[in-house]
Design a protein around this ligand. Sequence first.
Ligand code: EPU
Length: 311
Amino acid sequence: MMRIAPSPSLAPLTTLRIGGSALAEIRLDAPADFDRLPDALARIGGEPRVLGGGSNLLIAEGELPLVLVRSLCGAGQEPVILGESADKAGQTRVIIRAGAGLRMPALLAWCAGHGLSGLEGLIGVPGRVGGAVAMNAGAYGDTVGGRLTGLTVFTPERGVRRLSSGEWSASYRHFALSAPCAWFAVLEAELSLTVSTPDRVRAAMGERLTRKRAAQPVTMHTAGCVFKNPGNLSAGRLLDEAGLRGARRGPVYLSGLHANFLVHDIRPDRADTKGSFAAAAELLAEARETVARRTGINLDMEVKVWPCPLF
Ligand code: EPU
């Protein structure tokens, strides 16, 4: 079903809990719903923006002329096993199909239960499958792009299409379709996983999670790492060495645990978080400038900023 809601509040739709409102939210539950999307977009106007789990987003406050496209295909539905094959090394590979709306923690739990290996490093990564594909999410050596064998997408130019390997490119925290398009929404992803056992997959996930909890502020309101790592260097270490760990602007600060995490300090006694975006933008500009002055390196944002990039 396609459902349209006017003036959605954006902050609750993001893990950072910052942002104003959009013109409308269009929720689509199944690939067939996308047939009606072009008409709905033409009727509402504004600029379409695809929003998944909102875990890599910093959004400006105020009334933004944006229309949210929520591709929630397969939300709450278990992935489907499509088939098995042996790879060159003789290992059994299982191809699964997961909907864009499925939450990453649910996908990881399903992989553990089925003893399917390949995504363990993504344990603790929030968001949904669609966003994880579109950002090529990765951690501890595992990336979503590295497992992708097929993809169903919507583009305004070509509507709903199934793509095969070679029709997209994935690199470090970057994902693009090969055919030019104004924007795209992921509907379903096919992933190739390796057969293991539930115990082994769970143990690997547990080990990564322990490392993650020790190094990252996993319980706070953040959008993950805010800057990309430049080459082989760690943006977190560069920020830390520049004295920015813990740097604060009003309700936002760079984590004391890991300087590359922008934390939104939401306190129950401080309901009014207005000004958080301005504070975040100021803090990130200062952090980027300080690192550039010290090292000559201009950090690039990993987190997406709406309605337009900061740098
Ligand atoms: N470090 C510091 N100070 C800090 C932060 C880190 O000295 O404030 C040092 C660490 O001690 C370590 C090195 O920098 O020696 C690297 O740190 P870490 O292992 O935490 O990895 P990272 O490069 O900072 C990347 C990804 C994370 C991913 C982890 C694990 C990016 C920008 N970050 O972090 O991804 O979870 O590796 O694979 O690529 C994300 O993309 O949102 C994200 C959190």
